[in-house]
Design a protein around this ligand. Structure first.
Ligand SMILES: Nc1ncnc2c1ncn2[C@@H]1O[C@H](COP(=O)(O)OP(=O)(O)O)[C@@H](O)[C@H]1O
Ligand SMILES: [Mg+2]
Length: 363
């Protein structure tokens, strides 16, 4: 029903647009012809009067000048009238966006200081998308300690991205609690939350501007040296140096003038500039070749020592050296342990490992 209505509206828009286009295509030349003919007639009449000595040439020129000004004003008014309805419709939509109340609420007296080192605890967390029948996550318990790397592995659609989104409050848990150093993220001051939790999304978004303006997104006062250091760690310094303008090289909207792997590394650098206590990497190494992936993770280990690091991945190679691996299966954390422990005890993990081994062996 919705789709039929959409199609009908689309058809109507097309018909109206075509009719308006045809009218305009007809009107513009018509108006111009009338205008030019009038000018010719006026000059002709004026010339005869000048010949007869009843009109000064200057008077004719002045008259034509006034006429042009008057006609222009009338045309501008018509132009305004024509565009008014369109502007009104557009303004209505802008007003709707600006008037939408934020779904994330901020408490009246938020927590503005976190004394701890950034320990992350998920207490029986559940999440259901609005309108969905089944919850995407349920009863997830997870602890990520500072100085350790915690990996989450699971198949596509198991809820990994949703899980990470709960920490910086892209989404709010519908059940249970997400705690940073024992404080519910919902009680945190938004600025403190942004400085504490750094998420590299699965599909990072770059904004129109320069590489530097994108990197300074989380910390506008970062120096150029800090930006270069972050790029160095993210294995992005080389390609930024090669671009014309370096840090000031232009980035188009959505970063469409960069490759997926370059976008991913810039997004990692953007979070490194903030130096948060909790790092969340959502499949951030998937678009990188194996060598760059290994170099990046070695550099990251040094850079994030002491911080809490959570890595989401589908590749076993990316997670096997993590201090702790959590297996996520259809929204439930079914097993936790090191690579060796899980290989011994968890059939789901063994299945994932074996499927990837055979793939690599086949390749
Ligand atoms: N915005 C959304 N609205 C409704 N359902 C969603 C939305 N985003 C993801 N889902 C559903 O939630 C489940 C988990 O998705 P996601 O967290 O992206 O999984 P993963 O990152 O592990 O691939 C999927 O079944 C997906 O269809
Ligand atoms: Mg995902």
């Amino acid at each position: 029903h919705e789709r039929a209505r959409f199609a009908a509206a689309n058809d109507e828009l097309l018909t109206v647009g075509l009719r308006a286009g045809r009218l305009q295509a007809l009107m513009y030349p018509l108006v111009l012809v009338v205008w030019e003919l009038t000018t010719v007639a006026l000059v002709h009449l004026g010339a005869r009067r000048i010949d007869a000595g009843t009109l000064q040439p200057g008077e004719l020129v002045a008259f034509l000048g006034y006429l042009l000004q008057t006609a222009m004003s009338v045309m501008m008014c018509l132009f305004l009238l024509m565009h008014m309805p369109r502007a009104e419709a557009a303004a209505e939509r802008v007003r709707e966006v600006l008037g939408t109340p934020p779904s994330l609420t901020v408490p009246a007296s938020p927590v503005r200081r976190l004394p701890g080192p950034g320990r992350l605890d998920l207490h029986d967390v559940g999440f259901r998308y609005p309108g969905a029948e089944e919850p995407v996550l349920s009863g997830v318990r997870l602890t990520a300690a500072p100085g350790e790397t915690t990996a989450v592995i699971g198949s596509t659609g198991s809820g990994k991205s949703t899980l990470l989104g709960l920490v910086p409050r892209l989404l709010d848990a519908t059940e249970g609690r997400v705690l940073v150093d024992g404080t519910d993220v919902r009680d945190l001051d938004p600025a403190l939350r942004a400085a504490t939790v750094g998420l590299v999304p699965q599909k990072p978004y770059l904004f129109e501007g320069t590489i530097a303006s994108n990197l300074r997104y989380g910390r506008p006062d970062a120096t150029d040296e800090e930006l270069w250091h972050a790029l160095e760690v993210a294995q992005a310094a080389d390609f930024v140096r090669e671009r014309e303008g370096g840090l000031d090289a232009p980035v188009t909207q959505g970063g469409t003038n960069l490759s997926g792997g370059q976008r991913q590394r810039l997004a990692i650098a953007r979070v490194l500039v903030v130096r948060p206590r909790v790092y969340l990497f959502d499949d951030s190494f998937s678009a990188l070749d194996a060598t760059t992936d290994a170099r990046l993770r070695a550099a990251l280990r040094e850079e994030t020592a002491g911080a809490t690091v959570v890595i989401v991945a589908q590749r076993v190679a990316t997670v096997r050296h993590a201090d702790r691996i959590v297996v996520l299966d259809r929204g439930r954390a079914t097993a936790t342990g090191t690579h060796e422990e899980l290989l011994r005890t968890d059939p789901t993990y063994r299945e994932i490992v074996h499927s990837q081994l055979t793939q690599e062996e086949a390749a």
